[in-house]
Design a protein around this ligand. Structure first.
Ligand SMILES: Cc1ncc(COP(=O)(O)O)c(C=O)c1O
Length: 370
């Protein structure tokens, strides 16, 4: 008799399921403490824009209706905001869903994708789901992309290249000249996905204006999200920018009502709240400087970041250190999942959260031997 396992597609057994953290309330209940802070998912500690909250309140009575399948108003307003055409835009239930749609649109079994290591885990995941072959290209010793090594890995089976800019978890960027030079060398039959989930936090003037690439007709798909600086992670909404040809192909695999009503309304309102955006960015810029100084004092090596998180070498087993921080009510991300077992990734919080994190980190460093 065959088992249920025999019925599953072989490839799913090569995928490790996502391991979610426990809800904060459960952590508090188990540890018998309150006031736990989560600095693990690169969320905006200020929360959403009050304008987004207002827009959702006004939309509450309409949740009995299906949302607009085409994100009609959001598309119009976002196109104006970005200075692109409406047919350059696609929306997803988070940019995660767009990554999956891109994989479903372009990847046949045996096709290859290139991605950096360490980087965002979804690239490898979506490739595996399609039975494509994920090829990891290690970052250079300064934690930046090794674009030459990526070029060397391209062959006739290569379909997609995933570039995370700034890169999660390192916070490093690819500059405009590096990116444009790289794209000029990528063969025509390869699509480059530029994941810019954290682009609003970038202060380095060398960061590329990738929208120019769309105007030039390059084979790129830019991915952005409302989950990070806009503080709408719980609503799940992200968007892609690409040529109308690419967008119309991706639309074929889209579920009809993939972006919910609250997400559309909140995203629209958020676009107009420049104060919330500026405040959120300034908080991160100040937080970076505070944490750099604190890490310097503690003698810890960190990677200067262009995003809202910092990858820092704690010189100890990060899982043991994580548990010590957790007991003190601070949740961070351990580096073992990225292949860096002595690193942690910490999201930049409010000044109070950052200070609390540093105090707890100091205690944890003393508690856990290197
Ligand atoms: C680099 C990167 N891309 C995409 C995402 C997913 O964002 P979304 O919430 O829009 O699915 C994340 C979330 O952590 C991320 O770090």
């Amino acid at each position: 008799m065959s088992s249920i396992k025999d019925l599953g597609r072989k490839v799913i057994f090569s995928i490790s399921p996502y391991v979610p953290g426990k809800p904060i309330e459960e952590v508090e209940r188990q540890l018998g403490i309150t006031g736990v802070i989560k600095l693990a998912s690169n969320e905006n500690p200020l929360g959403p824009s009050p304008m987004a909250v207002d827009a959702m309140r006004q939309a509450l009575g309409r949740v009995s209706n299906y949302p607009d399948s085409n994100c009609y108003y959001l598309k119009k307003e976002l196109a104006l905001h970005l200075g692109c055409r409406e047919d350059n835009l696609a929306f997803g239930n988070g940019s995660d869903e767009l990554l999956k749609q891109i994989a479903e649109t372009f990847l046949n079994p045996g096709d290859e994708i290139l991605f950096a290591q360490p980087s965002f885990s979804e690239y490898e995941f979506v490739a595996r789901v399609m039975d494509a072959k994920p090829i990891a290209v290690p970052l250079k010793s300064d934690f930046t992309y090794d674009l030459d090594a990526m070029l060397q890995k391209i062959n006739s089976r290569t379909k997609l290249i995933f570039i995370c800019n700034p890169n999660n978890p390192t916070g490093t960027i690819i500059t405009a000249s590096e990116l444009f030079d790289f794209l000029n060398k990528v063969p025509e039959g390869v699509i480059v996905i530029l994941d810019e989930a954290y682009h609003e936090y970038v202060t380095d003037p060398r960061y590329p204006n990738s929208l120019e690439l769309i105007e030039e007709g390059k084979n790129v798909i830019i991915l952005r999200t409302f989950s990070k600086i806009y503080g709408l992670a719980g609503l799940r909404i992200g968007y892609g920018i690409a040529s109308p040809e690419i967008i119309s192909m991706i639309q074929r695999v889209r579920e009809p009502f993939n972006v919910n009503l609250m997400a559309q309304e909140a995203a629209r309102a958020s676009l107009y709240d420049k104060d919330h955006l500026m405040e959120s960015k300034n908080l991160v810029i100040m937080g970076r400087e505070y944490l750099y100084r604190a890490f310097d004092k503690l003698g810890l090596r960190y990677i200067p970041t262009q995003a809202n998180f910092i990858f820092v070498d704690v010189n100890r087993d990060s899982v043991t250190l994580f548990n010590s921080l957790l007991r003190q009510g601070v949740i961070v991300r351990t580096g073992d999942i990225f292949g860096y077992p002595s690193y942690i990734r910490v999201t930049i919080g409010t000044p109070e959260q950052n200070e609390r994190f540093i105090n707890c980190l100091e205690r944890a460093l003393n508690e856990v031997c290197s």
